[in-house]
Design a protein around this ligand. Structure first.
Ligand code: ATP
Length: 234
């Protein structure tokens, strides 16, 4: 579904991503893990068209997208949930969800999606008239994911969904990611929480200073000595 080939990204003279290759197959959850500054967010931003690569090819469902405008990438079914959530403050939960359906003109599809989002996140329905800025961190994460699901994505890119959340919320968010996969959406997840991210992943990649240094199934990576030493506390 998504193929990243020989991707190199620079900020000025600094190379943040170095000749990275990976792929995501339809129906999978794929996790990209790595420490602070490893280049995870840069890779996601490059896939969603917010950052342009110096070299490399990104193919989504057979089409090259490394030069495509971000809004076209979103309309083709690839949607990113940004780090730190970025819900729209001063707008209600409901208005935030409506923004996620902005590119969708089909009212019935929007209604169906809204029902699905409220079924999956009952807390958002309870708080639908509340200013999004007053939600807790975990609720904002749910809203950002719900907003992305309003656009019926085929591939969801999640940027550190567990960041800053209490353990009980982290568990809930990862349960929801698995649920999203079961409902047919493919997921590319980037995380510092290697344990959680690899536990739910079909496959994973380990990124160090802009390069992929290990690849395998989620279970293989969880069991690997390198991953355990570097990311799971030994
Ligand atoms: P974190 O987990 O801390 O968010 P990350 O793995 O997502 O880290 P990136 O945010 O992709 O890492 O950053 C990779 C490298 O690129 C870092 O060295 C960072 O300082 C640098 N970088 C990121 N964004 C910019 C920018 N806009 N301008 C210059 N350098 C940048």
């Amino acid at each position: 579904m998504l193929k990243v080939e020989n991707l190199s990204v620079y900020y000025g003279v600094i190379q943040a991503v170095k000749d990275v290759n990976f792929e995501v197959n339809e129906g999978e959850v794929v996790s990209l893990i790595g420490a602070n500054g490893a280049g995870k967010t840069t890779i996601l931003h490059t896939i969603s068209g917010l950052v342009r690569p110096k070299e490399g090819i990104i193919t989504f469902e057979g089409q090259e997208i490394q030069k495509t405008a971000p809004q076209k990438i979103v309309s083709s079914g690839l949607c990113q949930v940004p780090e730190g959530r970025h819900v729209f403050p001063g707008m209600t939960v409901m208005e935030n969800l409506e923004m996620g359906a902005f590119l969708k003109k089909d009212r019935e599809e929007n209604q169906r999606n809204l029902k699905k989002v409220f079924d999956r996140f009952p807390r958002l329905e309870e708080r639908k008239n509340q200013d999004a800025a007053t939600l807790s961190g975990g609720e904002q994460q749910m809203l950002a994911m719900g907003r992305a699901l309003m656009g019926t994505p085929k591939l969801l890119l999640l940027d550190e969904p567990s960041m800053g959340l209490a353990p009980i919320f982290i568990q809930e968010i990862f349960d929801i990611i698995q649920d999203i996969q079961k409902q047919g959406t493919t997921v590319l997840l980037i995380e510092q929480n290697a344990n959680m991210a690899l536990s739910i992943a079909d496959r994973g990649y380990v990124l160090e200073t802009g390069q992929i240094v290990l690849a395998g199934t989620g279970q293989e990576l969880l069991a690997s000595d390198e991953v355990r030493k570097a990311y799971l506390g030994g």
